[in-house]
Design a protein around this ligand. Sequence first.
Ligand SMILES: Nc1nc2c(ncn2[C@@H]2O[C@H](COP(=O)(O)OP(=O)(O)OP(=O)(O)O)[C@@H](O)[C@H]2O)c(=O)[nH]1
Length: 289
Amino acid sequence: MRYAVLVTGPAGAGKSTFSSSFLTHLKNSRRTAHLVNLDPAASPASFEYEPVIDIKDLVSLEDVMSELGYGPNGGLVYCFEYLLQNMDWLEEELGGFDDDYLVFDCPGQIELYTHHPFLPTLVQNLTRLGIRVCAVYLIESQFMEDKYKFFSGVLSAMSAMVNLEIPWINVMSKMDLVTANPDDESGGARNGLRQRKDIARYLDPDPFLLASRRGQEGNESNPRFHALNQAIVQLIEDHPLVSFLPLDLTNPDSIETVVSHIDYTMQYGEDEEPKEPHDLDEGDFQGLE
Ligand SMILES: Nc1nc2c(ncn2[C@@H]2O[C@H](COP(=O)(O)OP(=O)(O)OP(=O)(O)O)[C@@H](O)[C@H]2O)c(=O)[nH]1
């Protein structure tokens, strides 16, 4: 069985960094895992592991912009349309892998996840090839600095989940930049970053964070803004689809927890049949007395 993990989320959320740590973790656990780059604008410097499949071998944003005169956003859309017209290329590239974990590092343009059909079509194609697919959606801990930005992140995560309809894990990345304890002088506090005493209300989004303190901050005095917030609170209350796993890459237990959730969501290894004696070859006995 092949497994594909789509690493998604807004620009700068830490997708490439997480993909590298994830691959290191899988390799340390003696699993066969590879990086697939789906970002036609990625620079090679952003990868710790060389991608085994790279969309830039098919089409690159730089070429599309210089040769066809597209801007960055139109160029990205063109690249994905081109990929979907050339799924036989991807199918051939994927053909060389068996029983492997493939980590797809995706671009950071949020509209790709929320309202373009590209990723759903890609997922359909991967599923057709017998690949089990799940998505990890990252938003960064700095989103907690501003509750409106945070809830816009929650809504985009919800929208992407509904658009893709595949097993899904939301992750709050860069938790090393936050400390929950105001007395803790280490880590995030030492770096001058925000302490949060109410992290749990963000990891399991409490919509009443948004509804609180009417009239005390900027736009909140505008009744239409307040009414909009109330509607969003109601939506999140009625459809509590999103919660976040915290990810602190400086803590090995944290990455381990996220990987366990991915394995569980993917039902990793659940279809492995015990080998019959006549299926075993010499290699299976190596190292055994
Ligand atoms: N402190 C901290 N910084 C991080 C972490 N993950 C990523 N970063 C930093 O955040 C920036 C963006 O990280 P990337 O991994 O390139 O993010 P990305 O989502 O792949 O970015 P795009 O592909 O441009 O959308 C880089 O400067 C990283 O060093 C983290 O866990 N902690």
